[in-house]
Design a protein around this ligand. Structure first.
Ligand SMILES: N[C@@H](CCC(=O)N[C@@H](CS)C(=O)NCC(=O)O)C(=O)O
Length: 213
């Protein structure tokens, strides 16, 4: 089986990069330079008209959307136990992925590029402030879930990979998340995983490559 991941540094393809690595999958990476709007090139728009990363190509067939990609990886590499085996807990893991994709990620996008969400002059600051407020509320919920726990479930799952990216991105965007100690502990624990070390080293290498180009 040939697996290709369309990836951009700092962005959310970090999540499938981590889970594919945790799964022990062999995969090729194609770099999309979001700063140069490569996601809107005719070649990329042909395979993903939504002009988003991540995109997974499995034996030539494209699969978009992080949740679907995570579930595909979990199903196709069952030995990696990337979701809980209990059916109810498996649904809870899907619920978490959905929350990150629809309840957290959009606020990170607003905090990152407020001008994309309201073009009224002078609105940038308030779009960003509202995004920060919403993120603080959401991370407060995650804080309760993670208190006294290493992972969201009793072992590492795709939910941990996705949340790691959300929390990292929030830190990078200077959302005031330092007070969330359980989330911070989760973040530090995740940074020790070989899969996360690998993606962060890869990200640094790609960033210097893109900066030199
Ligand atoms: N709903 C998509 C969202 C992915 C997404 O927002 N990706 C961002 C990077 S984190 C992107 O590709 N942005 C480029 C663009 O919007 O043109 C998913 O869950 O996979």
């Amino acid at each position: 089986m040939k697996i290709e991941l369309y990836y951009a540094p700092v962005a959310c393809p970090l999540v499938p990069y981590v889970t594919l690595t945790e799964a022990g999958a062999d995969f090729d990476v194609h770099i999309i330079n979001l700063r140069k709007q490569a996601q809107k090139s005719p070649e990329y728009m042909r395979i993903n008209p939504k002009h988003k990363v991540p995109l997974l190509i499995i034996d030539g067939k494209p699969l978009s959307e992080n949740i679907a990609i995570q579930l595909w990886i979990a199903r196709n590499f069952p030995n990696a136990h990337l979701v809980p085996t209990d059916p109810w807990l498996e649904l809870q893991a899907t619920s978490m992925l959905s929350w990150f994709a629809s309840g957290i990620h959009p606020h990170l996008s607003r905090a990152n590029t407020p001008r994309k969400f309201c073009d009224t002059d002078g609105s940038e600051g308030s779009v960003m402030r509202l995004a920060h407020d919403a993120l603080i509320e959401q991370f407060g919920i995650a804080e309760t879930m993670l208190t006294g726990k290493e992972f969201f479930f009793d072992h590492f799952t795709t939910a941990d990979a996705y949340f790691f990216w959300c929390f990292r991105r929030a830190q990078m965007l200077e959302v005031d998340v330092a007070k969330f100690t359980a989330c911070t502990n989760h973040f530090e624990t995740m940074k020790l995983r070989p899969s996360v070390k690998k993606v962060l080293a890869f990200e640094a290498e790609v960033q210097s490559r893109l900066a030199a180009a």
